[in-house]
Design a binder for this molecule. Structure first.
Ligand code: IFM
Length: 446
């Protein structure tokens, strides 16, 4: 199924159109001006953890090239920018002194973008935890909830009124499961019990931070961003169907039930058995603060199989450089399901995009596959809105080619190409299409 080409006019006038990045993936300047080490600095230093042996020392040098990047963002014609703050840049050990030089960087960035009419959507935690907190157990240690709440409150106090929204955590499932259970992301731990405890503390700290930030009297919308996708059984066998239900529980219901129903799903808790998190009285009520928005990061759908691993090629659909199937309908389905099952006040597509190999030819990057991916997913978002889902924004991932975590710099998600030797930025055709789409006046002209 393909969607009709979208046009901007099909969306409400106040729809949020943005591009997204995160601190560790673009900033570089890993030791500049008093910044402390993050768990991703430590992880990159361990042999074999990052596919190309790279790290975030330079990344896109955004810390030094932020003015050029502000012009780039404004030039795209977006009305919003989603970015994250590096906790160790503003509080090097995560629990002690504030680093004024770090705050000054974000102050300059926020003010410059606001001056260009670009609204700022801040994420407090996009994975680069201060290493000093990991040294005392990181997200698996309940004490971190207090540290995170103090950090969130300080950031909201300083910048809240200049921000269009504040998100506590980006993709807690990734932090907990890839970081503490599978160990393929920082901090590289392999323990399901620790992962589930980390998951619980991420959610608890989210609720505590929301309470504390709201106590400042701010009207800034506050929420959380989850990585979600529909999960299908690989076959009609009862085993595959049961596996898909459980996987959906581990990836979606665990988080959504906690946030919207103040409970963890019993089938999942039963399955986790002794690895289930320790939950104190009152925790679930704290987690289930009312959310001003739910951020959804969508890239692909998933299949669950009890037998051989699912072969993505068997769908016949295009597959990205990450090995992820291109399946825009999954976004429509997901948004409709979230609306039906949990009724978030509003939903934002906070990340959506694709890594493909790009060819740079005489200053042109003709990334037709990425362009089609973005266009189709915007159309899929539109289809959900037509079905009554209150979606208020779409952010393309990502503004720039950047450090793609354990994959290093080889996987390029940017609408804007970065030559990592020279740091030259070049708009890919997908960026030019987005720019044109955003500036279009007449229906169907894109
Ligand atoms: O690059 C990441 C981002 O940091 C979090 N969401 C998924 C993206 C692509 O893998």
């Amino acid at each position: 199924m393909t969607y009709p080409k979208p046009s901007r006019e099909q969306f409400p006038n106040d729809f949020i159109w943005g591009v997204a990045t995160s601190s560790f993936q673009i900033e570089g300047a890993h030791q500049a001006d008093g910044k402390g080490p993050s768990i991703w600095d430590t992880f990159c230093d361990q042999k074999g953890k990052i596919a190309d042996g790279s790290n975030g020392h330079a990344a896109c040098e955004h810390y030094h090239r932020w003015q050029e990047d502000v012009e780039l963002i404004a030039g795209l014609g977006v009305n919003a920018y989603r970015f994250s703050m590096s906790w160790p840049r503003v509080q090097p050990d995560g629990r002690g002194e504030w680093n004024e030089a770090g705050f000054a960087f974000y102050e300059r960035l926020i003010d410059a973008l606001n001056a260009q009419g670009v609204a700022l959507h801040l994420t407090l935690n996009h994975w680069d935890l201060p290493q000093a907190l990991q040294d005392e157990g990181g997200w698996a240690n309940r004490k971190i909830c207090g540290h995170f709440t103090r950090y969130a409150t300080e950031v909201a106090r300083r910048f809240g009124s200049r921000l269009a929204s504040i998100c506590t955590h980006n993709e807690p499932w990734v932090i907990a499961v890839l970081g503490y259970e599978q160990g393929i992301f920082a901090p590289g731990i392999q323990s399901r019990a620790q992962a589930m405890q980390a998951m619980h503390h991420l959610l608890l700290s989210h609720g505590m931070a929301l309470q504390a930030m709201r106590a400042l009297g701010l009207s800034t919308p506050m929420g959380i961003v989850l990585n979600l996708s529909p999960i299908y059984p690989a076959s009609e066998s009862p085993e595959d169907i049961a596996k898909a239900k459980l996987d959906d529980g581990l990836i979606l219901r665990l988080y959504m039930d906690a946030l919207y129903r103040a409970t963890y799903p019993q089938d999942v808790i039963h399955h986790l058995a002794e690895d289930a998190p320790v939950v104190h009285d009152g925790d679930m009520a704290t987690i289930a603060q009312s959310l001003d928005f739910l951020g959804v990061n969508y890239y692909t759908r998933n299949f669950s199989s009890c037998g051989n691993p699912w072969d993505v090629a068997s769908t016949g659909n295009q597959v990205t450089d990450m090995g992820w199937e291109v399946y825009p309908q999954g976004l429509t389905e997901l948004l409709c399901r979230l609306h039906q099952d949990y009724q978030p006040k509003v939903l934002m597509v906070t990340e959506n995009g694709a890594a493909f190999k790009d060819e740079y030819k005489e200053g042109v990057i003709d990334d037709e596959s990425r362009l089609a991916y973005v266009r189709e997913h915007i159309a899929a978002t539109r289809a959900a809105i037509e079905q009554g889902v209150p979606v208020c924004g779409y952010f393309a991932w990502s503004l720039l080619d950047n450090f793609e975590w354990a994959s290093g710099y080889a996987k390029r998600f940017g609408l804007v190409h970065v030559d990592f030797e020279t740091q030259k930025r070049t708009l890919k055709n997908s960026a030019i299409w987005y720019q044109h789409f955003l500036s279009e006046k007449s229906r169907g002209s894109n």
